[in-house]
Design a protein around this ligand. Structure first.
Ligand code: GLU
Length: 383
């Protein structure tokens, strides 16, 4: 869809009329209750609304929570299980129920659904990422509606995205979506918890997810929800900083998605920043967790940030972590915050030998020279 760099809130919001491909995330709190499990009427209403968009030619990927909540009800558990195997068992039972409901609900509108379960590893490992991407594109090509969740049954904390807000942002990257919509049980971001603070005001537009905005976060720990506003703001950062706009809106009111797509002022709109990153750069910036950290000097930083250059060994001051060539590393200046990520051409061990060295000395130091640059410009993303 191509969001312009100069568009600010309202103008950028009006451009949502041009959205062709979107990710819609539905929270557990919206489609389930801690006591009775999944709410078929709610699922039915959402399916009908999404089906309307699909019929209008939009490509939609649905990210739905609710597996654990549904499993709890089916297993007769009244509280969210604490132990990992119990949570995983609940997710295994509940995921079937969740898909069964979606299948029935979408079938009423003649739409076929597909289940896609992902873990962090499917997103961080580049070949798996590309496979997942191809699968999504083929499903959309068939006119099928992919329904995504984290693969809770096998994903333990170390390999988990952990919440579906962040997962939905990663899926938006994966499929190169034009928009991410998080449907929840409140109608957007407020300056406080609207359920407890009567003075809390809604925030219609967020230009930048700044520290001031982060101060508005209150986390409701409902019986079935995982995230809250903090994971939603993390998702907003991921989406908007790679040029994808995001909306948080209430999933309880009929017609919300259509109104969002007409650019109407519903919920909270997060303005995309900068140009759309290419799929490859999005993967470098967000999908693959950095395996190490390079400290660079001020000259190297300004060459990268202001002059669009590659990182040379001479600009590297320090090397932290053990990583291999081809992995993602994070870049910062001494005592500074991370400002870029990129794919390194050299291992940590090699970099410790060549840091600070001139390119022409590399061969002498290492006995070979595979690349002039430590990180080539094409493999570097400024954050
Ligand atoms: N994957 C979890 C579930 O389906 C929910 C995670 C979340 O809500 O963020 O129960």
């Amino acid at each position: 869809m191509g969001q312009g760099r100069q568009l600010t809130g309202p103008a950028s919001r009006r451009a949502l009329g041009k959205v062709e491909r979107l990710v819609v995330k539905v929270g557990s709190g919206l489609i389930s209750s801690p006591t009775t499990g999944l709410l078929p009427d709610r699922i039915g209403a959402l399916a009908e609304e999404i089906a309307g968009l699909v019929k209008d030619g939009k490509e939609v990927v649905l990210v739905s929570s609710g597996a654990i909540a549904a499993g709890m009800a089916r297993l007769g558990l009244s509280r969210r299980p604490r132990s990992i195997p119990e949570k995983q068992a609940a997710a295994a039972v509940g995921q079937c129920a969740l898909m069964w409901h979606y299948e029935q609900a979408f079938a009423r509108s003649g739409i076929r659904v597909a289940q896609v379960l992902l873990t962090q590893e499917d997103i961080s490992a580049r070949p798996r990422y590309l496979n997942a991407r191809n699968t999504f594109l083929v499903l959309l090509g068939f006119g099928v509606l992919p329904v995504v969740n984290e693969n809770d049954t096998v994903a333990v904390d170390e390999i988990k995205v952990g919440d579906n807000d962040n997962l939905a942002a990663l899926v938006a990257h994966l499929i190169d979506a034009d928009l991410l919509v998080l449907l929840t049980d409140v109608d957007g971001l407020y300056t406080g918890d609207p359920r407890r603070e009567p003075g809390a005001r809604p925030v219609p537009t967020v230009e930048v997810v700044s520290e001031d905005i982060q101060r508005f976060v209150w986390d409701a720990h409902g019986g079935v929800s995982v995230g809250g506003m903090s994971t939603k703001l993390e998702a907003a950062q991921k989406a908007t900083s790679s040029g994808i706009p995001m909306v948080i809106a209430s999933g309880r009111e009929a017609g919300t998605l259509r109104r969002v797509l007409r650019g109407e002022p519903v919920g909270t709109y997060f303005v995309p920043r900068g140009d759309r990153l290419t799929a490859r750069k999005r993967w470098i910036a967000f999908a693959a967790p950095p395996q190490g950290r390079l400290t660079v000097d001020a000259g190297a930083r300004s060459a990268l940030v202001e002059r669009g250059k590659s990182l040379l060994p001479s600009g590297v001051v320090d090397v932290e972590g053990e990583f291999h060539a081809g992995e993602v590393v994070s870049l910062s200046e001494a005592a500074g915050k991370e400002f870029a990520r990129g794919l390194t051409n050299y291992d940590a061990g090699e970099l410790r030998k060549i840091r600070g060295a001139k390119t022409r000395a590399l061969e002498e130091i290492l006995g070979y020279k595979s690349f002039d640059e430590v990180i080539h410009r094409d493999n570097l993303v400024l954050l």
